[in-house]
Design a protein around this ligand. Structure first.
Ligand SMILES: [Zn+2]
Length: 94
């Protein structure tokens, strides 16, 4: 129905078994020919909680999408530290 998400909405050309084996190996080989010469095409698409990355097999020419969803969060620098336990716009200590 919706045309807003072409890449994810495309027909999946991989069988359930191909998907299972690809994921079991951490996406390190082609799901079609099992070749290891695979490379991102540079095409990608993302939103706040997911990311998809187009990958191509140099051996058989298959193209597929690696789909990532958010799995964790880690604070890295200052502002995160300040935000914890304090509402940003609250000034009670006057
Ligand atoms: Zn292949």
């Amino acid at each position: 129905m919706s045309e807003s998400n072409d890449m994810a909405g495309a027909t999946n050309l991989l069988t359930a078994e191909q998907q299972r084996r690809y994921l079991a190996h951490g996406g390190n080989h082609c799901p079609c020919c099992e070749g290891e010469e695979i490379e991102g095409t540079g095409q990608s698409n993302s939103d706040a909680d997911w990311h998809e990355n187009e990958v191509e097999c140099k051996t058989c020419g298959a193209i597929w999408l690696d789909i990532y969803t958010i799995s964790g969060v880690q604070g890295v620098s200052g502002p995160v530290e300040k935000a914890i336990g304090k509402a940003p716009h609250q000034k009670k200590n006057a």
